[in-house]
Design a protein around this ligand. Sequence first.
Ligand code: SF4
Length: 316
Amino acid sequence: MDDRVRLGVSSCLLGERVRYDGQHKLDRYVRDILGPYVDFVPVCPEVECGFPVPRPSFRLIGDEAAPRLVVTKSGEDVTERMLAWARRRVDELAGEGLSGFVFKSDSPSSGMERVKVYNEHGMARRSGVGLFARTFMERFPALPVEEEGRLHDLGLRESFVERVFAAKRWQDFLQADPSLAGLIRFHGTHKLQIMAHSPSHYRSLGRQVAEGRQQAFGELLGAYEHGFAEALRVRATRARNANVLYHIMGFFKRTLDSDAKEELTQHIERYRTGVTTLVVPLTLLNHYVRRLGNEYLREQTYLQPHPFELQLRNHP
Ligand code: SF4
């Protein structure tokens, strides 16, 4: 089992000079901050598909749901060439153990959403998806994907990184212990994390696992993976996080004295009302979990869903 997260990334975001104009689009957050915690698998669709650097620029035209990829100046249609390559490449990537992908925005090959699609009058609507990005997302619907620009929004950044590390744990589970007992354990350690995102998924996934024997195991795995990915896409609000924090505090009702409980309540309320960030009450709770030792809580991914050093839980 590989311990490192493997993350697909548009090559130009790592500083590779593969753009049509011979330039790169280095993203320092992706390369320098995220980079130390992941192994990148860079993909440049246009270069890997056989186009040179530099090259003429491409654009999407026509039907927004199934646009054609053409050379901007000449109008040459390169859709089939790109799609044939993209299908082969996602087959290869299936063996790479990716836990997510960071796409370059606005690109007719790599853009994940809102890519310009031109009509016959040369007018553009931001409604397209790059051909490679679409092929990738159709092949791996449960994998987290994001664009580099959106990662500068701190909430979206935390959500993406959290889902990437959750996808990695899911893959590790599939590799190490793909059994009903393993799934029960996986769900058990993710309960509070799921609850912070979506109480309704918390209930439905719990039911699925509890009734696991009534379903073919392959089907159960597929349904759980889908529901788990869907749950983590729901935003974890301050109110839902505060509920989980109080839930954790409940485990210490007999072991903490009234002063400690009051202090903890104050920190949770400050977080809930927007005065402090999540890292404050969580640091205190992590301290109690370590000091007072609760096995169930110690294993909860909610308390440490991604490397602390990425500082994802101190955004407003
Ligand atoms: S946006 Fe995609 S196709 Fe364009 S240079 Fe970057 S990786 Fe290559």
